[in-house]
Every structure is written in structure tokens, then in C-alpha cells.
Write a protein that binds this ligand. Structure first.
Ligand SMILES: [Zn+2]
Ligand SMILES: [Zn+2]
Length: 352
């Protein structure tokens, strides 16, 4: 029999259970890496975070050191404000990078067993286009339609898919990341530079990261150009004297095409309320995008709405010997709000 909500809360007791006490992050089946006792959640390719930090930090620090060494108090162009601007942009850029990379992107907790088929599933099964999970309609435990329809608060109906790895019906806009091996809410893409999925809980940080990277590139590029052009000698003499500025100009010129292009692309995605995955997979331009609420509302949804709490309590204690407790943990997690204004979803009924 299923446990009540209060009993399930008791499973998250601070005290470890008596047999085989482990925290959820220690038995997590996804490919994530964890630090600080499960407080920091990384993707499997988190080592790329060091490379990205190096590619941002090295030129930025070189620029700031150069400014600090050559600026003069009476200089109207290169003074403390220029140095401060470079430092603030660098700190913001690295800060948003770590905020994107070191947290839960919106992982949906997996089930230990498939949900029980409902009467609705049998009705759907009479349809000729019905597609059974695993293609085994004879198996009772797998008599589940691969696709289900859910209704949004806006009245539109969208299809959600059964994930055979996580054994659950994904929430609308969720998808399974093959690199992290998790279903992620409002899955955008897996970013190899950040080493993490980009999803519901870190998309705003990701956009701020690529925007501040673009701003930092333009800032260093412009300041380095001014630094060369203002010297009291010919252009080529100035270039030969100030090798670091030339390197920074070339570096920023190359990088800004990448991060600037990405920023413009994501600006477009936010204004039309699409994810990268949806824009490549579904092409909403052929039909009405049910999530598009107008440019202002779309931006408000990304930047002004509260980041939803993590659906997985990675530091909660769990007993591997007690599958009932384990399924309760995951069941509790699946009963959290479904997001994206879902008002109807064919979830298994709960006992009173
Ligand atoms: Zn999945
Ligand atoms: Zn991923």
C-alpha cells in the first residue's frame, strides 16, 4: 500500500536508517558527479568546466593586470573605472558559469518500477495507432502507451512521452539527456562547455553566462583597440610594441562570434518561448507553439519567475535494503508540481 504524504516525509529524517544508510546521491543511477556530500551536482563531463574557466579567466586576468600596470590617475580614458569594469564583468561571467554548472538543472527523479496502467490506458490501447512501451502489449506491467496527452492551463493539449530509462511519463518539455542519463525539466540542451544539462532550473543563469561572456569580449576588444590607437606613434609601431593587446583583439574577435551568436540565438528562443531542443526537433513555426505567451511574458517567465525547488533531495537518507522506502522517495518527488501550467496529467491515483 502506498504511503501517505506525512509518512513519506518521515523517510527524509535527518537521522540515518539502521540498515545500509546511504544518501540518495550515493545510489543515484544517473551519470552525475557529486561534491560536498551531494550539495554540488555536476555533469559527467564537468572537467570541461576547468577548460572554460581557463579560457575566460586567462585573457581577462591578463587584460586587468595590463590595465592595472599602465593606467594613470590623470588619464581620462584608462583609469580605475576601466579596470573596475573589466573585473566586474569577469567576476559576473565566472559566477554565472559556476551557477549554471554546479546545481541541479531540473532532474526528474526516476521510478524504480513503471506506473500502474490506468483505465485510460486501456481506452487508448483500442486505438490502431497505439504504440506500446517496449512493444510488448502482452506484459501487464508494460501495458502503457508510449505517448499520453496532458492539458495545459491555456487549454492546449500536448503529448508527453514515456521514458523507458526513468520509467515515468515526462512532464511537458522534459527530455532525457543521454550524456547525464536523466530526464530534465524544460530540457534545452547538454552544454559541453559548462559540462551540465541546461534545463528549467539553470537556463536563466546560462543565458546570463553567455550574455556576460559576449559583453566581456566586446569590452576587452574595444579597450585593446583604443589602447593601440591612442599611442603617439605609427599604427604598426604600436602593434609591434603592444603584443598583448593584439593577442586580446584577435582572441576576442574569434570568441565573440561564437558567444555573441549563441546569445542572439537564445534571445530569439526566449522571445518565442522555445528550447533549443524544441527549435531543432519540432519546429513550432509549422503550428502554434502552446507555450508562447507573448515576448514580455516569455522574458518574465525566464528571468522573473521563481526557480522551482529541486525535485530530488540528493542528501536525503535512503536504505538500499528497503525498496518500499526507495520507491516512496521517488514517488514523493514525482508528486511535486508538474510545471508549465499542467492542469491534468494521468498520474497514478494516491490512496487516502
Ligand atoms: Zn529519462
Ligand atoms: Zn546532460
Amino acid at each position: 500500500m502506498r504511503k501517505s504524504r506525512s509518512q513519506i516525509h518521515d523517510s527524509f529524517s535527518i537521522q540515518p536508517p539502521k540498515s545500509s544508510p546511504k544518501r540518495i546521491y550515493q545510489v543515484w543511477k544517473g551519470n552525475n558527479n557529486f561534491c560536498c556530500g551531494g550539495r554540488v551536482i555536476l555533469g559527467p563531463d564537468a572537467s570541461s568546466l576547468f577548460l572554460t574557466s581557463f579560457l575566460i579567466g586567462c585573457p581577462a586576468v591578463a587584460f586587468c593586470i595590463k590595465m592595472a600596470l599602465h593606467m594613470k590617475p590623470q588619464d581620462t580614458i584608462f583609469n580605475h573605472q576601466i579596470l573596475l569594469g573589466g573585473l566586474v564583468l569577469t567576476v559576473l561571467d565566472l559566477g554565472f558559469l559556476f551557477l549554471t554548472s554546479l546545481g541541479d538543472p531540473g532532474i526528474i527523479p526516476r521510478n524504480t518500477k513503471p506506473p500502474e496502467p490506468t483505465s485510460d490506458d486501456d481506452e487508448v490501447g483500442k486505438s490502431t495507432s497505439f504504440d506500446w512501451v517496449n512493444g510488448k502489449p502482452s506484459s501487464r506491467s508494460l501495458r502503457l502507451p508510449r505517448l499520453k496527452e496532458v492539458k495545459l492551463v491555456t487549454g492546449e493539449t500536448v503529448q508527453v512521452k514515456f521514458c523507458e530509462t526513468c520509467l515515468l511519463y515526462r512532464t511537458p518539455r522534459a527530455s532525457h539527456c543521454s550524456i547525464c542519463n536523466n530526464c530534465v525539466q524544460r530540457f534545452d540542451h547538454h552544454c559541453p562547455w559548462v559540462g551540465q544539462c541546461i534545463g528549467e532550473r539553470n537556463y536563466s543563469f546560462f543565458f546570463c553566462f553567455i550574455s556576460s561572456s559576449t559583453a566581456l569580449c566586446i569590452y576587452v576588444f574595444t579597450c585593446s583597440w583604443v589602447n593601440i590607437l591612442r599611442q603617439d606613434c605609427s599604427f604598426w609601431t604600436a602593434v609591434s610594441r603592444d603584443f598583448l593587446s593584439v593577442v586580446l583583439i584577435l582572441y576576442c574577435f574569434i570568441v565573440v562570434w561564437f558567444v555573441g551568436g549563441l546569445t542572439v540565438f537564445h534571445f530569439y528562443l526566449i522571445s518565442t518561448n522555445q528550447t533549443t531542443y524544441e527549435s531543432f526537433r519540432y519546429r513550432y513555426d509549422r503550428k502554434v507553439n502552446p507555450f508562447n505567451r507573448g515576448i514580455l511574458s516569455n522574458f518574465r517567465q525566464v528571468f522573473l519567475s521563481r526557480i522551482p525547488p529541486s525535485l530530488v533531495k540528493f542528501r536525503a537518507w535512503i536504505s538500499e535494503d528497503d525498496p518500499d522506502v526507495q520507491s516512496s522517495v521517488f514517488l514523493y518527488c514525482n508528486m511535486e508540481p508538474l510545471g508549465e501550467g499542467v492542469i491534468a496529467f494521468s498520474a497514478p491515483p494516491t490512496d487516502a
